[in-house]
Design a protein. Structure first.
Lengths: 186, 392
């Protein structure tokens, strides 16, 4: 299944609402990497990200029967992912024993200004750290916008905030990142 | 538009998220402000870094785990046991086979377990395969039907009287003999399954018995026993764990309807071996009997009591003391010590007690040590004779 074609087709949604196991498997197969990616960039830990991503799909499975289709399936799943990640980050359990980061961010070899290999490694570490240092409400909009490519309206829908809030948070997050990555921008 | 106002719109400009008029105002400012242009460029490169980040992949097996987690618990449990079928089913089949082999081995090698299994089989009315079991005894039964009436002798063993409930079975006829119908004997503890070594023993028993039968025919008619004669002789314990009871008094036939399957088998064994416990067929049948425990075998080797009706093995820590206490117990119960014999490791004491005192005798023996009674007879004679092999 291609998430942008059959993903929101009425027939596919009907199968999902009817509890069709094959349809649900198709859904998981189509969105697994995106949901896991959001969780990984938000939490910075693969095991935690996998657990949250699984929880995202389990919650979706329980709620699919009542899914009205007002938002796109992808937006709905991003919304569940975002809320679960933010809840996890806000939990006392997380704050007490914050798992070490092993997200291992990698830049595509064709990244602009990536330069030599050593410089690229340094940039990857700096970028990873800069994202991790962002406040959680800014980190989620950057992840959804710049890493996942969602438009402002979908981000607003997923996070249940106004579009203006999304725009301002994205701008502030990028300014934070620009400041942290200043030495790579000369 | 001022520089701060323009810079606040740069991200939205990069994302094409500005309305047309907002976009025009920002672009007009940028056209005249080099600093804001440099700021836009740095922001563009920052966003470029972010968008060059390779998307991570979910772990292998993620879909399977999620789909499995959505299934009901009982399906997950079944899958945990059987999936993947190609691996787990063969493994489970092998494990099952190993358990089965082990179970069979235990039943075959541990006498106590074997006895219990057979006892269960008897309780549930289970029978040995009729054909072979009957074949093992066929000659003797047929031989008795051949005998003329009124030729019974009190000294001959009692004929086998099967329980009334036993279904009839057709015996394989021997050359020159008509096929006879006899009731199939029930499964007994003294019989074994029909593996090939047993079949050999049966064949040997038959051959030996034929010889004896021929000798029997040569004897005077009066010396032979009538199969229907009114005076069945006492059964002779021919198997290791015989409990057929003492010889009934002359003129008192054994009540066949009361004979338990085990007793019937023992009587039948005596029937097959009219010459006594050490004659040929008896030896053969003795080999067919289940192997006793090493302790019991040792006791048997020490002194085989031919006429004893109840045999037991008493494992004790102090043999002399146990024998003394056994004597006291017998005396207390009004019984008598009949014989005593001993070797280096075993002392066999034969005692007789009244039937009503027998349970107390057994109870008292349990108090002296670990008692194993070879066979519990269904009907005991008025005076019970018991052989106790005392071992340390």
């Amino acid at each position: 299944m291609r998430e942008d074609s059959a993903g929101d087709s009425p027939a596919f949604l009907d199968r999902l609402r009817a509890g069709d196991a094959e349809a649900f498997e198709e859904l998981v197969r189509a969105y697994q990497h995106r949901v896991f990616g959001v969780a990984l960039r938000m939490l910075g830990n693969r095991a935690e990200a996998e657990e949250v991503a699984q929880e995202v799909f389990l919650r979706a499975h329980r709620a699919l029967a009542g899914f009205r289709g007002e938002a796109r399936l992808s937006t709905w799943l991003y919304g569940i992912s975002s809320r679960l990640c933010l809840n996890r980050l806000a939990s006392s359990e997380w704050r007490l024993a914050r798992p070490g980061g092993d997200a291992l961010l990698r830049l595509a070899s064709s990244a602009p200004d990536a330069g030599a290999l050593a410089e690229r490694d340094e940039l990857e570490r700096a970028l990873e750290q800069a994202i991790a240092d962002l406040p959680e409400d800014r980190r989620i909009v950057v992840v959804l916008r710049d890493l996942e490519g969602l438009p402002y309206e979908e981000i607003a829908q997923a996070l249940d905030v106004p579009v203006g809030t999304v725009r301002s948070r994205i701008h502030r997050a990028r300014l934070d990142l620009k400041e942290k990555l200043e030495r790579f921008l000369q | 538009m001022t520089c701060p106002e323009a810079r606040g719109q740069l991200s939205a400009l990069l994302d094409n998220a500005l309305a047309t008029d907002e976009r025009s105002q920002v672009e007009r400012h940028l056209a005249g402000c080099a600093e804001c242009q440099r700021e836009l460029e740095r922001l563009r490169r920052t966003v470029g870094f972010l968008r060059a980040v390779e998307p991570p992949l979910a772990p292998a097996g993620f879909v399977r785990d999620v789909v499995r987690a959505t299934r009901p618990w009982y399906r997950r449990a079944l899958e945990a046991v059987f999936v993947p079928l190609s691996i787990k089913l063969p493994l489970e089949a092998v494990a099952l086979a190993m358990v089965a082999v082990l179970g069979i081995q235990i039943v075959r090698d541990v006498p106590e377990v074997r006895r219990e299994v057979r006892a269960l089989g008897e309780i549930s009315g289970e029978e040995q395969p009729v054909g072979v079991t009957t074949e093992a005894r066929g000659p003797s039964v047929s031989a008795r039907t051949d005998k003329p009436p009124g030729s019974g002798a009190a000294s001959e063993p009692a004929p086998y009287r099967p329980p009334a409930a036993a279904p009839p079975a057709t015996l394989p006829s021997r050359p020159g003999e008509p096929e006879s119908q006899v009731p199939a004997p029930p499964a007994t503890r003294g019989e074994r399954s029909l593996s090939s070594p047993d079949a050999e023993v049966i064949t040997e028993g038959r051959a030996l018995f034929r010889d004896r039968e021929a000798a029997e025919r040569d004897r005077p008619a009066g010396a032979r026993q009538d199969a229907t004669g009114p005076e069945p002789a006492p059964p002779r314990g021919t198997t290791d764990d015989s409990l057929a009871g003492p010889a009934p008094e002359s003129g008192r036939p054994v009540p066949s309807s009361k004979v338990e399957p085990t007793g019937a088998t023992l009587q039948q064994s005596g029937d097959i071996a009219p010459g006594g416990p050490h004659s040929g067929p008896d030896v053969a049948l003795r080999r067919m009997a289940p192997r006793a425990s090493p302790l019991a075998e040792r006791a048997e080797r020490a002194i085989p009591p031919p006429d004893c009706c109840v045999r037991g093995t008493l494992a004790v820590t102090d043999r002399a003391r146990a024998i003394r206490q056994l004597g006291e117990l017998t005396q207390r119960l009004g019984g008598t010590e009949v014989t005593r014999s001993a070797d280096a490791r075993t002392t066999v004491v034969e005692v007789t007690v009244r039937r009503d005192a027998y349970p107390r005798l057994v109870e008292g023996l349990h108090g002296l040590g670990r008692l194993t009674v070879g066979r519990q007879a269904g009907t005991l004679a008025a005076t019970v004779r018991m052989s106790v092999a005392v071992v340390e």
